[in-house]
Design a protein around this ligand. Structure first.
Ligand SMILES: C[S@@+](CC[C@H](N)C(=O)[O-])C[C@H]1O[C@@H](n2cnc3c(N)ncnc32)[C@H](O)[C@@H]1O
Length: 197
């Protein structure tokens, strides 16, 4: 079923972004010091590419973005030479090794979302599983004191997952942006200051 575009969707298209999600990241970055200057960033679940485009604009040619998604391509303009796209599954060990080779990163972010079934608890579990895979990759690829942001669907497994993130980062906050759809169960966890062992 095709969703009706709300004002965020219309505004995103007008500004040249492929998805309305850009406004979620913008809010998060206004509230938290997630992305330092000249950062090297890993963007998981990056298609169609709004987060990556927004980050590349903010980096102003310094730093870089590596993005991964199941989708064949992203709509990030070719002018960004500090952008690398990898088509693949974050659960796939070969993809994880490739991301490791391209790192280490100052920031790992994920807006990845599983295909949903409409069953809230099942969808929440699928989202937590995906978020665990992202955390696993972040643990291997983040620099000491690096930052992390991940989207999860609220429900089963959320509290346990939050505890896992708390063990890895000095400061951890949950945040639901205004730009998240009202009917959505999504929320974001932000981890600042990775405790690399
Ligand atoms: C909400 S969209 C991301 C939107 C993106 N942040 C943007 O700003 O354009 C969620 C994405 O997660 C991706 N995804 C879901 N499961 C994945 C997996 N196992 N590995 C990689 N990407 C995945 C989907 O293909 C989808 O493109």
């Amino acid at each position: 079923m095709k969703r009706v575009q709300d004002h965020y969707g219309i505004k995103a298209k007008k500004m040249g972004y492929p998805a309305r999600s850009i406004f979620k990241l913008q809010e998060i970055m206004e509230k938290f010091p997630l992305v330092p200057k000249n950062a090297k960033i890993l963007d998981v679940g990056a298609a169609p590419g709004s987060f990556s485009m927004y980050l590349l604009e903010r980096l102003k040619g310094h730093g870089s973005v590596v993005a991964v998604d199941l989708a064949k391509t992203v709509e990030v303009p070719k002018k960004y030479t500090n952008f690398t796209y990898i088509c693949g599954d974050i659960y796939d060990e070969q993809i994880q090794s490739k991301l490791l080779e391209l790192g280490p990163y100052d920031v790992v972010i994920s807006d990845a979302a599983p295909a949903t079934t409409g069953q809230k608890e099942l969808d929440a579990l699928k989202s937590i599983s995906l978020a665990e895979a992202v955390l696993f990759v972040a643990e291997k690829t983040l620099k000491t004191n690096g930052n992390f942001m991940v989207k999860v669907f609220q429900g089963a497994g959320e509290a346990e997952y939050l505890n896992m993130v708390r063990r890895q980062f000095q400061k951890v906050k949950g945040f639901k942006p205004q730009a998240s759809r009202k009917e959505s169960f999504e929320t974001f966890f932000i981890g600042l200051g990775f405790n690399k062992i």
